[in-house]
Design a protein around this ligand. Structure first.
Ligand code: ATP
Ligand code: MG
Length: 567
């Protein structure tokens, strides 16, 4: 195509609103424009990239035996009430009423809709396994949409849902999707890692997230430097400590700690290491109040806490509730004499001796507090975040932390949805059985953004060939008849040779064209000028490494074939 036929509004300046490289470059290269917070229009170049990624997804999903369908964006409340998610999903679910006052929502995910279809249309075990997928717009009213397509409110997702006769079958379907995802992200040119994941609002037992490792990632992943363990920090197991502290118990002693509330303030004031303090965090889980004990140098993991308490979300109690519970201002809560709250503690607290805790009195802590003597813990559990250097839960090596962008997630759901919606099939004995499900999502726009995070330099984007909006950017640097004719000939030849070519036919200075070409990031540039043509050559530049070759026009096609096969 010719530049003059496309709207490609490149920007010379960095747009102020963009905080990440991919957001900035998507705006600057004229790929997207914001319509409202978290809601974007895909401009022609941006849409080409989206379609490329969708095509790769489609090919791999089809290859894995999934079948494409398309469900509606609006879904009726009744289905969501059956699974309880009409109540549980919270504000991310955008709800509305139609003209007849019936409740609807914009689909953030489609387990309810597909399970409803399945129970109405599929009867026999002989029809399974089945895997349905769609590539469709989703809406989640995210509290903090940001980073452009990375965390939008309206975004394109590929979602798939598998149905099997039994758990073993479901595991096979899950593995097929896991393998398909591996191929998809590899074909997109991404460096990624599959990590064990929490199942959150979707539910289920087993899950992996596909993480593109990048500094701007919102997720933290941990992985072992020696074995294959890799997990989202939300999920990452922490082994209980193995060392035993056999220091003799000293008597419980209150000490004045004026205005010392944080771990740093208290341990600084008392001149002790943070690991000798146990902090007491007061949480709300639905209507319950829970006090959570964590070693001073550790971080509580709220996802683990929510799991332990079997709720979807926990919230730090507000200052008034903390004061009401402890009789002291925030910052002095402790486990000694704390009726009215269940006490749970991280494994690391077990066996700690002579610790510092809040005294439930203003400006006061206890030193030498001891469990079982001064307070009793109701339950111990793995409740903290893994830290760099922790031993791998698989046994070899220690954990490293890295930032990741979650581009896809696969879930083994089990019967969570088939049970609540009574999606059954008749087995070979003619008996009703619940279908065993899996579900599988990929963020299409987020994948494009992640590709930019991993493939750019200070001049712009460097697209991996399979998802580039065009393979070749053809750049005539003069308006002479000779150059125009040579460009037109190359354009036709390269198109005929199967390349997608963007011809910059604007009457602009060479510098402007070069800057735009580097910004837009087609893998190859072909520069045509009078001087080169006089020597019988054009220049072929590889965007990724900037290398240039002088090639005779009739050889450009074969040269490009050669270097694209190598790239
Ligand atoms: P996150 O934890 O980042 O909010 P999620 O785990 O809620 O995502 P899933 O329900 O697993 O998301 O959705 C499948 C995929 O859809 C994600 O892996 C991600 O690539 C994409 N996705 C989810 N939310 C968004 C969003 N707000 N904007 C863009 N893509 C998204
Ligand atoms: Mg997810």
């Amino acid at each position: 195509m010719k530049t003059s036929q496309l709207l490609i509004p490149t920007l010379r300046e960095d747009p102020g609103e963009a905080e990440t490289v991919s957001h900035r470059l998507m705006l600057r290269a004229g790929l997207i424009r914001k319509t409202a917070a978290g809601i974007y229009t895909y401009l022609p170049l941006g849409l080409r990239i989206i379609r490329k990624i969708e095509q790769i997804i489609r090919e791999e999903m089809n290859r894995a035996g999934a079948q494409e369908l398309l469900m509606p964006i609006a879904s009726p409340a009744e289905l969501w009430k059956e699974t309880g998610r009409w109540e549980h999903y919270g504000k991310e679910l955008l709800r509305f009423k139609d003209r007849h006052e019936r409740d609807f929502c914009l689909g953030p995910t489609h387990e309810e809709v597909i399970t409803d279809l399945f129970r109405r249309e599929v009867r026999s075990y002989r029809q399974l396994p089945l895997n349905f997928y769609q590539i469709q717009t989703k809406f989640r009213d995210e509290i903090r949409p940001r980073f452009g397509l990375m965390r939008g409110r309206e975004f394109i997702m590929k979602d798939a849902y598998s149905f099997d006769n039994d758990e073993a079958g479901a595991r096979v379907s899950y593995q097929k999707m896991y393998d398909a995802y591996t191929r998809i992200f590899t074909r997109c040119g991404l460096t990624f890692r599959a990590v064990e994941a929490d199942t959150g609002l979707i539910g289920g037992d087993v899950s992996h997230e596909f993480m593109v490792l990048a500094e701007t990632g919102e997720a933290t992943v941990v992985y072992s430097d020696q074995d294959s363990y890799a997990a989202n920090i939300e999920r990452a197991e922490v082994l209980p400590p193995s060392d035993v502290d056999d220091t003799p118990l000293r008597p419980l002693t209150p000490v004045t700690t004026p205005q010392c509330r944080t771990v740093d303030e208290v341990t600084g004031f008392l001149n002790i290491p943070p690991r000798q303090l146990v902090k007491t965090l007061v949480y709300k889980a639905n209507s319950d109040t829970v006090a959570v004990l964590i070693r001073g140098d550790h971080e509580l993991n709220e996802v683990k806490l929510a799991r332990l308490l079997r709720v979807t979300e926990v919230q730090l109690a507000d200052p008034e509730s903390v004061s009401r519970l402890t009789g002291a201002p925030v910052g002095f809560a402790g486990p000694v004499n704390l009726p009215g709250a269940r006490l749970v503690a991280d494994h690391a607290v077990k066996g700690m001796k002579n610790v510092v805790v809040g005294a439930n009195r203003a400006d006061t802590h206890y030193v030498d507090a001891n469990q079982d003597r001064d307070f009793t813990i109701d339950q111990f559990a793995d409740l903290r975040n893994a830290q760099a250097g922790d031993p791998s839960p698989r046994g070899a090596g220690s954990l490293t932390l890295a930032k990741g962008i979650e581009v896809g997630q696969v879930f083994l759901l089990g019967t969570k949805y088939s049970k609540s919606m009574t999606a059954t099939i008749l087995d070979d004995q003619g008996k009703e059985r619940l279908a065993v499900m899996g579900c599988y999502g990929i963020g299409v726009g987020r994948t494009a953004a992640a590709a930019i995070e991993q493939n750019h330099d200070d001049k712009g984007i460097i697209w991996p060939l399979p998802i580039a909006p065009f393979h070749v950017h053809l750049l005539p640097v003069s308006q002479s008849v000779k150059t125009t004719e040579a460009t037109a000939r190359l354009y036709e030849e390269l198109l005929a040779g199967g390349f997608e070519v963007l011809w910059d036919d604007r009457d602009d200075r060479a510098g402007v064209k070069f800057n735009d070409a580097d910004l837009i990031g087609a893998p190859f540039q072909v520069i045509v000028g009078d001087k080169g043509l006089a020597d019988g050559v054009v220049e072929v530049k590889v965007r990724r490494n900037g290398s240039k070759s002088r090639i005779a026009p009739p050889d450009v096609l074969s040269h490009l074939r050669k270097i694209s096969a190598e790239s």
